[in-house]
Design a protein around this ligand. Structure first.
Ligand SMILES: [Zn+2]
Length: 324
């Protein structure tokens, strides 16, 4: 195992998180600073480099013991070129040569990875899919993200958009998705869609304990719907059952396409626990080919919020580390 450390950067819409991480995934130091994407790409690159310097200082690691920097970036990427074609969080910017710029300013080897792929890699490396060989992760938050690791390698596909699992179509002529198309998994299984479907149920006159709060202009979150469901609210229970069934359908498609050893669910929605997992398991049992579901575990993620920076560092280790 190399004695070098690796810096992982997780570039979110709100915050840039960075960590200095050893080859056995110990986080020596970490930091979170506002992204300030509205101030443009030069500013964001400056903040990434500043965060890298800060975590190295925090960890007390000399620069010659740094093996590389991994950056998890949301948006449309050209990974081989190290370019972010359409960043998801820097308005108006195109074709940012992130790898070249951060390498010039820090002097370290730099790797670019899609942020959801990086988080999936972390669960493969040291999380819920450790030792699984191949795994797929679905992140259920305001949208639905995905990442695929096959035989230890992140699957990028021909144009770096493999793993866009939130946009697999699960309903012909289905609900409108954030991507502009229809019937995508994201339009059924994200927290945003849960809240939207809840609002539609109330407007359609379905009785729910949250109706008064909602009708008087109160905001209803996915968590409120979860708590109502735990309390026995029928509409909320039905919405979670539906969400789980659609997710189960997506998971069956993943099993049949990739035959992974583990499918990991992460993101805010997994707080719903069994409410979500039960209908998923029912759908998988009913609809997946027996060979595809055999030895394939569907489980919740283990790493939480640090997955992005851990995975970015892990990808840098895999690329630039001498050995594991
Ligand atoms: Zn979509």
């Amino acid at each position: 195992m190399t004695d070098k450390c690796f810096v992982g950067v997780d570039l979110g819409g709100t915050n840039i998180k960075a960590g200095c991480i050893t080859a056995d995934a110990e986080i020596l130091s970490k930091i979170s600073v506002p992204t300030e994407g509205e101030r443009g790409q030069e500013h964001v690159i400056g903040r990434i480099c500043g965060a890298v310097d800060s975590v190295l200082e925090g960890a007390g690691r000399p620069r010659d013991l740094v093996g590389g920097v991994g950056i998890g970036f949301p948006g449309t990427l050209d990974i081989k070129a190290g370019v972010v074609r359409y960043p998801a969080n820097i308005p108006g910017c195109r074709n940012i040569p992130v790898v070249q710029r951060v390498r010039e300013r820090t002097g370290f080897p730099v790797l670019l990875e899609n942020d959801a792929n990086a988080a999936a890699y972390a669960e493969y490396w040291v999380g819920a899919a450790r030792d699984a060989g191949s795994m797929v992760m679905l992140t259920l938050g305001t949208g639905v993200g995905g990442g695929i690791v096959i035989d230890g390698k992140v699957l990028h596909g021909n144009t770096d958009c493999a793993g866009e699992l939130g946009h697999m179509i699960i309903e012909v002529n289905g609900r409108k998705c954030g991507c502009g198309k229809w019937g995508c998994l994201e339009a059924y299984a994200s927290a945003t869609s849960l809240v939207k479907r809840f609002a539609e149920a109330v407007q359609a006159g379905h009785l729910t304990v949250l109706a008064d709060h909602f009708k008087t202009g109160g905001k209803v979150s996915a968590r409120d719907i979860y708590e109502a469901a735990i309390g026995g609210d029928e509409v909320s229970c039905r919405l979670f059952r539906e969400t789980g069934s659609y997710l189960g359908m997506g998971i069956v498609n993943i099993m049949h396409t990739l035959n992974p050893a583990r499918i990991v669910l992460s993101g805010g929605m997994i707080a719903a626990g069994d409410l979500l997992m039960r209908p998923i398991r029912e759908m998988v049992e009913a609809r997946a080919l027996s060979d595809a579901q055999r030895n394939c575990e569907v489980i919740f993620a283990a790493l939480g919020e640090d997955a992005g920076l851990l995975g970015a560092a892990g990808c840098a280790l895999a690329e630039f580390g001498t050995s594991r």
